[in-house]
Design a binder for this molecule. Structure first.
Ligand code: ZN
Ligand code: ZN
Ligand code: ZN
Length: 301
């Protein structure tokens, strides 16, 4: 399909990655989950990320992953006449969400003053980390910390806004913000990581997931699907990697009802059976009316 820039005032959000920070396959994993990818490299998935093409054709990126080469190619396949990014947004400092930041520096893309938007605590971490601070000093990036609960226009005529929403998530390095992407017609929530629904809902002062999604007028929600169940953490101390499991989330939301937003799970750990689209778990999600995000899929907002 050939998409041109005169497609009206659509804002498009492109899924550029659906795997948890470690990627799929994950380094050091010799279990069946990752072995299968060795013989089927097309099953590879990339660290979680979104691209946005504004109504004026500007391009914006959420998360700076090590898979940027592949991800920017995918973004450029959606719109190929402008290669430079107008803005970058980062949710938090955990490895897979920021480990590609250095690719904007001299050794690779040598960007000129890319606007990087993140929380105050993440901006401090960037400035206190010598190899990232070098990007600031060389003016490859300009870091703009969030101020209060402001809603941002990523560039003057891009046709969409971004509302950062602070979310409780283990914060050894920085705090965490989900992003609500507010389009001219629809809104999309990107919530790749959080600790528990209880703490998140308490923080946003809502009683249920539906209350929250309806109050923000969310049409599409790409949410934390890291683990299907806590069985995937055998051999790891579960308290060190808290995420609500997909089974818990399904229990809380039940089946899709008329008027509900489209909810898709993303940020899948390599052990998650949802990577396999013929697994019972995958079919269970679909049967309840929900879905799993797919790399390359486009949401018109
Ligand atoms: Zn993560
Ligand atoms: Zn694995
Ligand atoms: Zn995280």
């Amino acid at each position: 399909m050939f998409l041109t820039s005169n497609m009206g005032s659509d804002v498009r959000v492109i899924v550029l990655g659906i795997s948890q920070d470690g990627g799929f396959p994950q380094a050091g994993c010799n279990l069946d989950c990752c072995e299968i990818v060795k013989n089927n490299p097309q099953l590879t998935k990339h660290s979680v990320s979104l691209g946005i093409v504004g109504s004026d054709g500007t391009k914006h990126l959420i998360e700076a992953t090590r898979d940027l080469a592949w991800q920017l190619n995918l973004l450029n396949s959606v719109k190929s006449d402008e290669f430079l990014l107008s803005s970058l947004w980062i949710t938090h400092a955990h490895h897979g969400h920021i480990d590609g930041l250095g690719l904007f520096g001299k050794e690779v893309m040598n960007y000129d003053k890319l606007n990087v938007n993140c929380s105050e605590s993440l901006s401090k971490l960037i400035k206190n980390t010598p190899n990232w601070n070098l990007l600031v000093e060389s003016k490859n990036i300009i870091v703009n910390p969030f101020i209060g609960s402001k809603i941002y226009s990523p560039s003057p005529n891009c046709g969409f806004k971004i509302k950062p929403i602070k979310i409780p998530h283990r914060a050894e390095l920085s705090d965490m913000h989900a992003f609500l992407i507010i389009g001219p017609n629809k809104n999309l929530l990107f919530l790749p990581d959080h600790d528990t629904w209880k703490s998140t809902l308490k923080f946003v002062e809502k009683n249920t997931i539906r209350d929250w999604f309806y109050s923000e007028k969310i049409d599409f929600a790409l949410i934390d699907g890291t683990f299907w169940s806590s069985d995937e953490l055998i051999g790891r101390n579960q308290t060190n990697v808290p995420h609500p499991t997909v089974s818990e989330t399904l229990k809380l939301i039940g089946k899709k009802k008329t008027g509900d937003p489209i909810i898709k799970f993303t940020h899948l750990n390599h052990t998650n059976p949802l990577h396999n689209n013929s697994s019972d778990e995958f079919l269970e999600v679909k049967k309840m009316g929900w879905n799993i995000a797919e790399e390359g899929e486009i949401f018109k907002i």
